[in-house]
Design a protein around this ligand. Sequence first.
Ligand code: HEM
Length: 420
Amino acid sequence: MNNPLDQTTPQTTPNADIASLFSGELSANPFPFFAQMREMGAVVPIPFPIGGDIRAWMVTRIEEAVRILKDHEHFTVDPRSIGADDFLRQRFAGTSDDTFTARSSMISVDEPDHRRLRGLVSKVFTPRYMESLRSRVQEIADELLDEVQGQGQMDIVESYAFPLPINVISEMLGVPKKDRPQIRAWSEAMVTGGGMMGRSEDGIAGMRAFSTYTRHLVAEKRKQPQNDLISQLIAIEEEGDRLSEMELLSMITLLIFAGHETTSNLIGLGTLMLLDHSDQLAMLKADLSLVPSAVEELLRFNGPVTMPVPRFATEDIELAGQQIKKGDVLITALISANRDERQFTDPDELNIARTLNRHVAFGQGIHICLGAPLARLEGDIAFTTLLKRMPNVHLSVPRETITWRVSGNLRGLTVLPVAF
Ligand code: HEM
């Protein structure tokens, strides 16, 4: 690596490392790589993952990460707003208006559209509203464990971590039960066939199929509205001036996708982290009131989202000694910021009783995760119920056989076989 103090020559990370990061090869343990990056600087030039002459930077430390995510004047999520639409076309290569997932949802637009879109659904994602869902989420968790309790073993990913969040978000939105396995397959294709390196054919096909599905679902609900969030959003769209059809479709796809993919990884990955740290697991089992704090620590220690949507500089600006130019791309490495030794004591240690834990696993600023209260509730119930009902839970395969889903910016496991 280059000398981090030598500011006279531009420092770039070796292409091979960055390529393996974005292709997901480093999924199992990206932390030594990020530790080196943090040492190199808070804002480090990197080769642009999908090529082209765009200048890209990786933001490695927490102070700068928060600054960028909160500074909506100098950084935008929407390359169209600075005339850099080519990036979008490259990034989602092969997509068009029939695959609208990322084009018009709140996560890809700035104010004032962002506020308008988020405002339409924010009431059903408040911590208070979430508490009203607690007993239903608990029922779902218990039903899932009822199915496997007698078998003495299960794949946590298949039987618990995946179905819990997708059943919850689907009930909120009104997605029929029979469609949920198919949604999982499309999401899987989108996760493993997409990301910072551009999209594979499977990824594009998954996106298209998911988009077509959402269109059909909306058409069905238009004919027969029900007491669910999708029907409420359709009613708003039909009023005419607060939500366009494209925004409606994008919003629904985003909520379904973000509503299960991430939390499912928190539950799977979080369980593995607890099994890896037997002292922490024992402490938690002895006092389940520590679960909410354990959830925060698991999010910090090994959160499911490596990086949020890239930001673009809206004008030339100096950042951590680097000259950022208008149009440059900034990739904020949340999982690096969450291990920043400037903020956390012993950052590489899992400490479920950590008191000062201001992590950025949910992002920061106006795009901070809408579903964080839901994810926290699901995490709380998932770990509490698992440890209460199966206190003897342990891996049933050798640790080294656990495989990771290969994805550029989301992290999770393919399977997690346990016995109990
Ligand atoms: C452990 C679970 C989760 C993690 C780690 C997570 C992480 C994140 C992060 C980092 C962002 C910021 C993206 C950015 O700034 O570019 C985000 C945004 C978002 N998340 Fe989550 N998320 C989780 C669960 C959920 C759930 C359950 C939902 C439910 C619908 C959800 C819905 C959203 C939405 C709609 C946004 C966009 C918000 C906006 O742009 O205003 N997420 N999430």
